[in-house]
Design a protein around this ligand. Structure first.
Ligand SMILES: Nc1ncnc2c1ncn2[C@@H]1O[C@H](COP(=O)(O)OP(=O)(O)OP(=O)(O)O)[C@@H](O)[C@H]1O
Ligand SMILES: [Mg+2]
Length: 234
């Protein structure tokens, strides 16, 4: 049994379904990456896993427990952390306030977790009193990831964490994500930078029109001539 098992997810925003039997699984401490063309339903699938979309079919299980009917907030309590594709920081709040907001469900002392986030992303400690909106794109993404880590998730879900950042910043962010996975946290990540993301992926999913087109290890997908030609630019 995988740590996350989102199986046969079917659903959408209104009458029309966007997801058609989409299945995503993540093992404990592993990195699963979703790639696919614009509009394929990658973000929709992430929202479905996080409970922001009512499913017409399928189920979501976390650590063996069926959470299909739980609200996003209840899923956070069960160990999910989500960094959405857009609007993932509070721009007029400081870095530190963003992290505090991330800890909203906690009633215990979260200063230790904040120090862990600062150890992972030292620049955030330096800039902790600056507004998140004044930071560079890469630093804002660090704030967003750090905010999600504040609830000490067991599954961290990232929707395009490297959007709009330079290749060097992307590599650094991927290194930090690998570091997070090594602590035993499972990662489910959507990425536009398909090659680079599949390189660090234990498991890869190519999503097309709301359905699984290819599913394999990251390495196997990278080596598949059809996947390379169609989705990785040769
Ligand atoms: N809130 C919404 N209401 C209605 N339709 C939506 C909504 N959000 C997305 N869609 C539609 O659902 C489909 C899938 O969108 P989604 O954002 O999941 O794709 P994506 O794979 O994440 O794309 P991208 O690579 O551009 O981020 C698209 O046709 C989109 O127009
Ligand atoms: Mg998207």
């Amino acid at each position: 049994m995988s740590f996350l098992e989102a199986e046969n997810m079917t659903g959408g925003y209104g009458a029309a379904d966007i997801l058609h039997g989409c299945t995503l699984k993540v093992e404990k401490g592993q990195i699963a990456v979703i790639v696919g063309p614009n509009g394929a339903g990658k973000s929709t699938a992430m929202k479905a896993v996080f409970g922001m979309l009512k499913l017409r079919g399928g189920h979501v299980k976390l650590d063996g427990e069926d959470i299909t009917t739980l609200s996003p907030q209840e899923r956070v309590r069960r160990g999910m952390g989500f960094v959405p594709q857009v609007n993932n920081v509070f721009p007029t709040m400081s870095v530190e306030e963003n992290l505090e907001m991330g800890a909203f469900i906690r009633s215990d002392d979260f200063r230790g977790t904040m120090e862990q986030v600062y150890d992972l992303f030292p620049i955030l400690k330096e800039k902790r009193h600056q507004n998140a909106g004044e930071l560079s794109g890469g630093q804002r993404q660090q704030v967003a990831v750090g905010r999600a880590l504040m609830t000490q998730p067991k599954l961290l879900m990232l929707d395009e964490p490297t959007a709009g950042v330079s290749p060097i910043v992307m590599d650094e962010l991927f290194d930090r994500i690998i570091e997070v996975a090594r602590t035993g946290i499972s990662i489910l990540m959507v990425e536009q930078n398909a090659r680079q993301a599949l390189e660090i992926a234990d498991q890869g999913y190519v999503l097309v029109q709301g359905a699984n087109k290819y599913t394999d290890t990251g390495a196997a997908l990278m080596a598949d001539p059809e996947v390379r030609r169609t989705f990785l630019g040769g």
